[in-house]
Write a protein that binds this ligand. Structure first.
Ligand SMILES: Nc1ncnc2c1ncn2[C@@H]1O[C@H](COP(=O)(O)OP(=O)(O)OP(=O)(O)O)[C@@H](O)[C@H]1O
Length: 471
């Protein structure tokens, strides 16, 4: 059986350390070390004792295995950031065992400890995926430095992967608002729902039309949650074949007949501890749906081609432009997955249903885009403003943002702006009323008294409505 070192255990009661026991630790080696989980694999009691004594109190979890079978069992059950592996052990040497484990699925950084620094061992270890060497005898500082280096490298790789996903997201994220702007009651309720969802780890579905701000809502949820320090990883589920989608999400391990292996990390591992945002979740391929059900049922997933599964803590926020329930009814989406993902549902109202926000959004985009593009803000004549308020915005805030950007580039708003085509869609009474009043105002050249007369309402009513819409 393996031996687990409990953080409260007293390693000094074990056999006396054999190497560098008198080293004094100075300073913090890396901010990652206190959060790290480490597995030590060594058949020599003295060495195990030295490593335990050196590491207890410095890392979050420390497990010790006396042989490779114990180690494999521990790896089946737990995830480790670092594995410290002795090379010379009975039955199978460390490098051979490591190569086997990489093919099964070993997702930790491995530091090989060896007394024989020959080139062949070094080459074999690198091929087997060791990230560093410790040449025996070594001191505690050398050990902690090697671990710190591996942790820092892993952190860097993860940050790099997350940034790559952001670039692939293709969205102009740097210049977007990081909050859902607007003072309409509809957007206030959405912000309140986001704040509530951010206090839990429950999975969330955000529904809304194209460009209505679903991704901004998901990012807001992330930055308000306790997961904010961990990654937000975005995956577009639309337009990718089954194989690519599975690899991108779950990762893949491939080995060929030459005993070479290749590992591709999936987004799930990149998102560990954070939020995975599945955009257009209704387009998720059937195979991915099955794998996600397995993940949500067991809390573990298996990279494609791996034999070993990995435990993962991730909050899934999905977005859907179509009705997900409809996709279930049409047998395009698994009903159990729908219920697992849809613990909390947030619906973003279309822009035409929250006319009060339009002027605020125009101002925001006009100011932020003019600063970014180095262009002066275009004038917004009352007639254009009215037309923008009356327009239906089928592309929602995204369309509004692009309209403002186009006006900046062209030096003014298009006078034909806001000619609405009927869509046959049912609108709320408030939206119809707003559009009708604004179109009447337009027909009256902005004369409110005349518009009130034609509409058969008091002038004060028109004034009150215009004020609410920011006119
Ligand atoms: N309430 C809002 N406040 C500020 N910006 C917003 C708001 N809603 C949307 N946006 C902006 O509109 C654009 C589209 O938003 P976003 O990408 O979040 O929409 P979406 O619903 O995810 O779109 P899609 O369905 O195409 O993925 C972005 O530039 C975003 O910054």
């Amino acid at each position: 059986m393996s031996r687990t070192i409990n953080m409260t255990s007293d390693p000094s009661k074990s056999a006396a350390p054999t190497v560098g026991a008198t080293d004094v630790l100075v300073g913090s080696f890396t901010p990652e070390l206190p959060k790290a989980s480490v597995l030590v694999i060594d058949d020599e009691p003295g060495m195990r004792n030295f490593l335990s004594k050196a590491l207890v109190g410095h890392c979050a979890t420390l497990d010790v295995a006396t042989n490779t079978e114990e180690a494999a069992n521990l790896l089946d059950a737990n995830s480790y950031d670092i594995v410290l592996l002795d090379n010379v052990m009975p039955k199978q040497n460390g490098v051979e065992w490591l190569a086997d484990q990489r093919r099964i699925g070993l997702f930790s950084d491995v530091i090989l400890m060896t007394a024989f620094a020959d080139l062949d061992t070094a080459i074999a270890a690198i091929r087997a995926g060791a990230s560093d060497f410790l040449l025996k005898p070594f001191r505690v500082n050398q050990l902690l430095n090697a671990i710190a280096r591996s942790l820092a490298r892993a952190q860097l790789l993860r940050q790099n992967a997350v940034l790559r996903h952001e670039v692939e997201a293709g969205k102009d994220l740097l210049h977007n608002s990081d909050a859902l702007l607007g003072s309409s009651n509809a957007i206030k309720s959405v912000r309140a729902a986001i704040a509530k969802a951010a206090t839990t780890s429950s999975h969330v579905v955000i529904r809304g039309e194209v460009g209505s701000g679903k991704q901004i809502a998901a990012r807001m949820l992330h930055s308000n949650s306790s997961r904010a320090e961990n990654p937000f990883v975005w995956l577009q589920c639309k337009g990718m074949n089954e194989d690519t989608l599975q690899t991108r999400l779950f990762g893949r391990i491939e080995s060929n007949s030459d005993d070479h292996w290749q590992e591709q990390d999936g987004m799930l591992r990149d998102a560990a501890g954070g939020i995975l945002y599945l955009e257009d979740v209704e387009m998720l391929s059937p195979g991915c749906q099955n794998l996600l059900v397995e993940l949500l049922t067991t809390g573990r997933f298996r990279p494609i081609g791996a034999k070993r599964s990995v435990a993962i803590d991730v909050q899934i926020v999905s977005s859907s432009t179509q009705s997900l329930q409809q996709a279930v009814n049409d047998n395009r989406f698994r009903a159990d997955l729908f219920y697992m993902l849809n613990v909390i549902e947030i619906t973003l109202p279309p822009l035409r249903e929250r006319g009060e926000d339009i002027v605020e959004l125009i101002r925001y985009f006009s100011e932020s885009l003019s600063a970014r593009l180095g262009l002066s803000q275009p004038a917004l004549p009352p007639v254009t403003r009215r037309r923008m308020l009356a327009y239906r915005w089928p592309g929602n805030v995204m369309e509004l943002r692009n309209t403002v950007e186009r006006a900046l580039i062209n030096g003014g708003y298009d006078p034909r702006l806001g000619k609405t085509a009927a869509t046959g869609e049912i609108e709320s009474l408030a939206a119809v009323e707003q559009r009708h009043i604004l179109e009447t105002l337009d027909a009256c050249g902005g004369n409110r008294a005349e518009a009130a007369r034609r509409l058969g309402v008091a002038r004060k009513t028109i004034d009150r409505k215009c004020q609410a819409w920011g006119l």
